[in-house]
Ligand binder design. Structure first.
Ligand SMILES: Cc1cc2nc3c(=O)[nH]c(=O)nc-3n(C[C@H](O)[C@H](O)[C@H](O)COP(=O)(O)OP(=O)(O)OC[C@H]3O[C@@H](n4cnc5c(N)ncnc54)[C@H](O)[C@@H]3O)c2cc1C
Length: 397
């Protein structure tokens, strides 16, 4: 294990977790001259994963990290999206063209591709796999991190270790535990040939969404209100087909093209709002700080925003604790507001009560697509902080 001791005034950071948030944080810090060590529990970086929506705010963060163009190489051609009912009747229409005109492009990318792009931009000697962070002592002048390979010290610890963060547990033992959102989600990527449209279909306590990926692949997700911890008795693909194969086109064909091995199922948990995302020399980032329901497709986008903001504030502020206090002020209100909005959208989208659903569908038809985009403006309009931003900067929500 490399010694984290800095040389000639170099600042050093340990990043716990090498998911999208951790790799983005490492890239942002290295870009500003930090000596970084990413400690990832898994044996390799990358994830089997499925698709991921990157919105204009996330793409601006990726631009600030210097990898926006590589990611945009995976951009969709212009497609129509929107919300349908189970029969295929359109309830709302949102074209990516309108979204792009107002806020910038949207990219649907395979997670493994995004992780690859981030990982290849980071020097290999900053990355350490099969290393689990087990304990943290943040009381001294430097942070002491115990991990499966020994003990390391650094000027900064970034807890990017996901919804069940060990860093959060160690530093904020009173923090609330993740709670079940009431629904489970399946995700898969199928090779089905090019598709010109994407979107979501809302049923009764059930939902399906799909979006084309480059190379004739399609990302499909499905959500159903169910107790936590269940599994399809005869496999997840059979469960998906039973629930959704009679929905409108192209859902049956997409499910027909799928195989059991590509179906992933996760119960959806979210983290209740934390009182702080940072203290002293320890910052939480991404799902470790604000794991949210995926209804807005913003979790990873916000992790990217966190990373860029954190690195900029560390440059702008005279000390690590002051920078982390500014980070908490800048990030907590925004991420908690978006998590709340996402939860509310989930309640509406997963509505199972039949009369409520009829009213919901009627109301959605009355709201123009442009109005829906207005509602998303504060989310999608985020801009990265300027390099020399002062504390209490104008981008604060
Ligand atoms: C169904 C679904 C769909 C989604 N769709 C979208 C979408 O379209 N767009 C979007 O922006 N977001 C989406 N999200 C959310 C997004 O996946 C997450 O917000 C994002 O992956 C969080 O990244 P992260 O790096 O913070 O955490 P993670 O991806 O959880 O990474 C944490 C990493 O830390 C490692 N780790 C854990 N503990 C330790 C330890 N003790 N020591 C060392 N390493 C450790 C883990 O192995 C992991 O690699 C979706 C989520 C779900 C569930």
């Amino acid at each position: 294990m490399r010694d984290e001791t800095p040389q000639s005034g170099e600042r050093s950071a340990i990043v716990a977790g090498g998911g999208i948030g951790g790799l983005a944080a490492a890239l942002a810090l290295i870009g500003r001259g930090w000596r970084v060590r990413v400690m990832e529990r898994a044996a390799s970086f990358g994830e089997v994963g499925a698709g991921l929506s990157l919105w204009p705010n996330g793409l601006r963060a990726l631009d600030a990290l210097g990898v926006g163009d590589a990611v945009r190489g995976h951009a969709l051609a212009e497609i129509q999206a929107g919300i349908h009912d189970v029969s295929g009747r359109r309830l709302s229409r949102t074209g990516t063209a309108e979204l792009e005109r107002r806020f910038g492009p949207v990219v649907v990318i395979h997670r493994a591709d995004l992780l690859d792009i981030l990982r290849s931009a980071i020097p290999a000697d900053a990355l350490c796999t099969a290393t689990t962070v087990t304990a943290v002592d943040a009381d001294g002048p430097r942070v002491r991190v115990e991990h499966s390979d020994g003990v390391s010290h650094a000027d900064l610890l970034v807890g990017a270790d996901g919804i069940r963060s060990s860093v959060r547990r160690a530093v904020w033992p009173q923090a609330p535990e993740p709670r079940y959102a009431g629904y489970t989600a399946w995700r898969l990527v199928v090779e089905s040939g090019p598709l010109a449209a994407g979107g979501e279909t809302w049923g009764r306590g059930e939902r399906v969404g799909f979006a084309p990926l480059p190379g004739g692949r399609v990302y499909l997700f499905a959500v159903a209100n169910l107790p936590a911890g269940q599994h399809g008795t005869d496999g997840e693909l059979a469960e998906l087909r039973r629930r959704f194969a009679h929905w409108h086109d192209p859902i049956p064909a997409l499910l027909h093209a799928a195989t059991e091995e590509v179906v992933m199922r996760h119960d959806i948990y979210e983290l209740p709002p934390l009182r702080s995302h940072a203290t002293g020399r320890v910052a939480l980032l991404g799902d470790a700080a604000h794991a949210m329901t995926p209804n807005l497709g913003q979790g990873a986008n916000l992790a990217l925003e966190d990373a860029v903001t954190l690195a900029a504030l560390l440059d702008a502020c005279p000390s690590v604790p002051e920078a982390l206090a500014a980070y908490d002020r800048a990030r907590r209100p925004r991420t908690q507001k978006i998590a709340k909005l996402s939860r509310r959208i989930g309640i509406i989208a997963q509505l199972a009560w039949a009369p409520g659903r009829v009213v919901r569908d009627r109301l959605i038809r009355l709201v123009p697509g442009s109005r829906m985009l207005d509602m998303l403006a504060p989310v999608l309009g985020w801009q990265p902080p300027a390099a020399r931003a002062a504390q209490d900067p104008p981008w604060m929500p």
